[in-house]
Write a protein that binds this ligand. Structure first.
Ligand code: 5RP
Length: 232
């Protein structure tokens, strides 16, 4: 019997640490998933007690929008606020260069649009998501328009993936998800480019050169911060 802290608690610790980056007056991107929920709640509490003011947020999914509304976090859109100060989001795999796989929660399309519209993307996670090479544990989710299901499926197989359609799942943009098991990926940049080449692929879950910071809680509850200075 180990003294490890439950994973859900590690998610909460990482989320609440990342919220320290949020300042009054910011436009925020709110990620999706069980870790991001803790971030939304923490922001809601800080707004309620007045320690944060004038926050406006863009949710990365309908689920996150509903959670934010419960906490009275004012919401906006990219039409009104095209530049986001900070987005805080979870991930499914985190490589040493902060390359990510995201989208097991099915929100990768809005998450990526939000990420690239952000001055800073902060990833929050427990350390079970840390890998040496992307693809070690997680498949790459690929969002596909339903009309293109079969040709995209065949194309992704031809790239070497074992492809599994996420049954009964429709994204917020009414698309399907094909989970692509590649195993350890040697060159994620080249693979990302290849996946995008097939018509009908809307987006994929490789988030490369996007995260600036990762807040990762280790099993004993210690919080580790990883910074990546790639944006000038
Ligand atoms: C949703 C995502 C999530 O951030 C990712 O799946 C992590 O989720 P969780 O915090 O529940 O482990 O990419 O599309």
């Amino acid at each position: 019997m180990s003294g490890d802290i439950p994973k859900v608690e590690l998610k909460r610790l990482a989320a609440e640490k990342a919220v320290e980056y949020v300042e009054s007056g910011m436009v925020l991107g709110l990620g999706t998933g069980s870790t991001a929920v803790f971030m939304v709640r923490a922001i809601g509490r800080l707004l309620a007690n007045g320690r944060l003011q004038n926050i406006i947020a863009i949710p990365t999914s309908e689920a996150t929008a509903r959670e934010a509304e419960k906490w009275n976090i004012p919401l906006t859109t990219l039409d009104v606020h095209p530049v986001i100060d900070v987005t805080i989001d979870g991930a499914d795999e985190i490589a040493p260069d902060l390359g990510l796989i995201k989208g097991l929660g099915g929100a990768l399309l809005r998450e990526k649009i939000t990420a690239v519209s952000s001055k800073k993307l902060i990833i929050i996670s427990d350390d079970s998501k840390v890998v040496q090479h992307l693809g070690e544990k997680a498949p790459i989710p690929v969002e596909v328009i339903p009309f293109a299901r079969q040709p995209v499926y065949a194309y992704l197989q031809s790239l070497g993936a074992k492809v599994i359609e996420r049954e009964g799942f429709i994204t917020d943009e009414n698309n399907i998800i094909l989970d692509c098991h590649f195993g350890k990926i040697d060159d994620p940049y080249s693979l990302a480019e290849k996946i995008r080449q097939q018509p009908g692929v809307v987006e994929h879950g490789l988030f490369l050169n996007m995260a600036a910071t990762a807040v990762i809680a280790s099993k004993d509850g210690e919080l580790n911060l990883y910074e990546r200075n790639f944006r000038n």
